[in-house]
Design a protein around this ligand. Sequence first.
Ligand SMILES: [Zn+2]
Length: 170
Amino acid sequence: MAKHYNLNLISYQLCYTVDDISLLFKKNKLHVQTVRSWIKNGLNTIDSKQPLLVFGYELKEFLGKLNNSKKISTKFDEFYCFSCKCPEIPYQRKIYIEKNGSYIKAKGICSKSKKPTNKSYKLTDYQELKKTFNLVDELELYDSTNTPLKTHILDHDKNASNESLQGSLF
Ligand SMILES: [Zn+2]
């Protein structure tokens, strides 16, 4: 049940909030959390001010890529990377998984671009996932990359790091 987003619903000239986008694709049952995850994974916003606004043309381009990525089949151990625009095996085969309704949501880090990638699996894939990947905590995923988050923590003592950690993640 791959979701295809109808790009004709988007106007180039308009700006959209996260809620607008979710409403626009009501038929796709698009959740605001999904839109937020797109923003984390490369959908550009105008700036970081709340409410976040997305230009129509940016949304069109992003969803165009998303529609195309569904056509590219990934092997069981590959995740599609939006930065590299091709399937990649997650860095150190580390993934974080959580149950999301009737499927498993898996997150990884691209071994080339070090950008977050994700993929959905069937609940029945769980045993195979355990064999194929190193299942880790969500934070451990980000620990293995050279993101500013890590240097940020190293620069501070332990007491200060708890606060800055939260600030950087959300
Ligand atoms: Zn990549």
